[in-house]
Design a protein around this ligand. Structure first.
Ligand code: NAD
Length: 351
């Protein structure tokens, strides 16, 4: 059975690129989710990514107590293709047209490979794009709050494991130093942790030098001995092959869809590794967009809500300990229940 409410796939009239929008659920409210501009073997792989990421957005909003549904979009680049400025503009205008055609059921912001400036271009074709550049009166990059929320999750995890949120002298390893990972690296370094970082982009080594962090290859970083491993690049990194090789007591990161499949959560628990559900950890970005752009709230209000990810995660850990379930199971049951109840209410209203 199709789990998604709506899927749009079209070839961009200007760019010729596959533009994909997946709306997983609008049971709790309009679907929100970022636009990913990334390279895929073919558009079907981009579609698979959009389907999985939009579903995760539904449960991310539900877990964060937001009244929004889940969606996601992908502009799929063929392998090896890098867009020049003109091609990128064409792609974002095509994307804006696609968002507009959904009539406001899906609202977009930036994700991997896109920026606030890209959303500003899409804005020429639709008003349902958000997190626009501050210079144009928008709320700006959501990554700042994603990093702040992830830091709150790391603190809560540290407290759960050691009794103190202090990271002084602890070893934190961040894999992926992009919009979120780069900001998070600053926060972790400022907290006095020993920091190791990795990225496939050699240019990010500059940030490692500036922060006094160790720079290692990504494949080494994932399995090195560390106190907290932070996946901050792409998803699917926690597989049944990788889990036996992990050498850390906890994995807490902003990357979406880290588990190759849900059973990996059990494998992590069986090894005594605490895994913070990613859809709880990385809600700072959607909190930014929904509180500032939709509800007209202040940056301070949104920041306080993103910091609330720490206590929310602590509660999930506690309930996991009390019930013998994994944190993933606890968080996912709660989020699914919220969405199921909203679906029931909607069904009753329509009948
Ligand atoms: P980004 O594109 O700015 O950064 C991703 C970084 O990861 C890049 O520097 C890239 O070179 C690096 N990378 C890619 N593959 C890698 C690999 N195999 N090993 C090591 N590094 C690799 O993206 P971002 O906005 O920082 O998002 C990072 C993750 O967090 C994504 O999974 C995204 O979906 C998730 N996320 C982001 C936000 C947000 O506010 N930006 C919100 C929620 C979730």
């Amino acid at each position: 059975m199709l789990a998604h409410e709506e899927i749009l796939i079209r070839t961009g009239a200007r760019s010729g690129l596959p533009i994909i929008i997946a709306v997983h659920s609008t049971a709790l409210g309009d679907a929100v989710g970022g636009c990913r501009l990334w390279s895929y073997q073919d558009w079907r792989a981009g579609l698979a990514d959009a389907l999985a990421l939009s579903e995760a957005m539904t449960f991310k909003c539900a877990a964060a107590a937001l009244d929004f549904g889940g969606g996601k979009s992908v502009i799929a680049l063929p392998p090896g293709v890098v867009l020049d400025e003109h091609q990128r503009r064409q792609a974002m205008l095509d994307f804006g047209d696609a968002v507009q055609s959904l009539g406001g059921r899906y609202h977009a912001g930036e994700d991997v490979g896109t920026t606030a400036e890209d959303m500003w271009i899409a804005r020429e074709r639709t008003s349902w794009v958000h997190c626009l550049p501050v210079a144009h009166g928008g709320s700006g990059e959501p990554s700042e709050l994603t990093a702040i929320g992830t830091m709150a999750a790391i603190d809560a995890t540290s407290r759960h494991l050691t009794g103190t949120p202090s990271l002084a002298g602890r070893h934190v390893t961040i894999v992926g130093l992009g919009q979120v990972g780069g900001r998070l690296a600053h926060l972790v370094a400022a907290a006095g942790a020993k920091l190791t970082v990795a990225d496939i982009d050699p240019q990010r080594a500059e940030l490692a030098r500036a922060l006094g962090a160790d720079w290692v290859p990504p494949e080494e970083a994932m399995t090195m001995t560390t106190d907290i491993l932070v996946p901050a690049a792409l998803g699917g990194v926690l597989t049944h092959d990788v889990v036996p090789r992990l050498r850390c007591p906890a994995v807490v990161g902003p990357a979406n869809n880290q588990l190759a499949d849900p059973s990996v959560a059990d494998a992590l628990a069986a090894r005594g590794i605490l895994w913070a559900p990613d859809f709880v950890v990385n809600a700072g970005g959607v909190i930014h967009g929904t509180i500032i752009d939709f509800a007209g709230g202040t940056v301070e209000e949104a920041t306080a809500a993103a910091r609330g990810i720490g206590p929310r995660l602590a509660d999930i850990y506690q309930r996991a300990d009390d019930t013998g379930r994994t944190p993933y199971e606890v968080a996912s049951r709660h989020a699914h229940q919220r969405v199921a109840e909203a679906n029931d209410r909607r069904g009753a209203d329509r009948s």
